[in-house]
Ligand binder design. Sequence first.
Ligand SMILES: Nc1ncnc2c1ncn2[C@@H]1O[C@H](COP(=O)(O)OP(=O)(O)O)[C@@H](O)[C@H]1O
Ligand SMILES: [Mg+2]
Length: 330
Amino acid sequence: MPDADPLLEVRDLHVHFHTDAGLFRAVDGISFSVPRGKTLGIVGESGCGKSVTSLAIMRLLAQPPARYAGGDILFEGKSLLKLSEAEMRKLRGGKIGMIFQEPMTSLNPVYTIADQIIESLRAHGMTDRARARARAIEMLKMVGLPSPEKRADDFPHQLSGGQRQRVMIALALANDPQLLIADEPTTALDVTIQAQILALMRDLSARTGASVVLITHDLGVVAETCDEVVVMYAGNVVERAPVASLFEAPQHPYTIGLMAAVPRIDTTSDRLETIPGSVPPPYMLIPGCKFASRCPLADGRCTAERPPLREIAPSHFVACWQAPIEEATR
Ligand SMILES: Nc1ncnc2c1ncn2[C@@H]1O[C@H](COP(=O)(O)OP(=O)(O)O)[C@@H](O)[C@H]1O
Ligand SMILES: [Mg+2]
């Protein structure tokens, strides 16, 4: 998806954690961009750096232990790393909305759901309280909360998990964001509710033209929701492709393994039983491909030299010395 003017661009981003055990390269040089109006999926096993990436974009990582160790994050062409904390606060909940896995960590238990949306609207410039309340109720209606006028004055604990996630989406969308970052927004929900929430997000982004970064460990969710996909492994992007191209012809041995693990309809587990071995220890410096120790195709070059992302089909990038991989091997 070539786009000269993407809404969000992550350029060779490095995020390190400095801990007593040593230096951990949680995000180790990743690049991707999100075109306007499109949904980008970020997928990979638990621990590969998806949440650190989303928190890094929002500048919500505590520093220390985190440190931006290189690269840049551009939103509307401007570096987010150069903004003041006040400018960043204006963006969060304004032009950039966020949805997390567990709504109770983002919803304040002591305020009604209407008041939380009203507060966010007021913080971003809608000072007329009656107008803000009307808008809050309109948002709750839009995300499909039943009897929104009545439920608006409920506290978060009075709602079900699915309803709370709808409120989070209403809150995230209240100020018409151009970018919505959703980190495992449906992982804690049961399968039927998951499908409803994903349909809702798709519908809302189609209606408002917002771009979405959807983070998940679930390739099924990606297939249903995304235009383009980034596959992460141990802090690296190993593959990046339009969704159809990724599913038709996955090119990285890790992605191929991930796909082989999909048929189990088990959304609570993100272990990959089909790929033997494990991710390298976090503090180990790996000069080559981090997947090499688990890869059936790895050779000497793979362990010696980090493969760069290369375009091997239109808009389809893979970081693997062995690619393109023949269909018979997949
Ligand atoms: N504050 C922190 N200090 C040290 N390590 C961290 C911290 N936050 C995250 N990590 C590590 O960074 C890695 C990536 O984490 P994360 O982005 O949360 O993974 P996921 O892909 O499951 O969202 C993990 O190994 C995690 O333990
Ligand atoms: Mg995570």
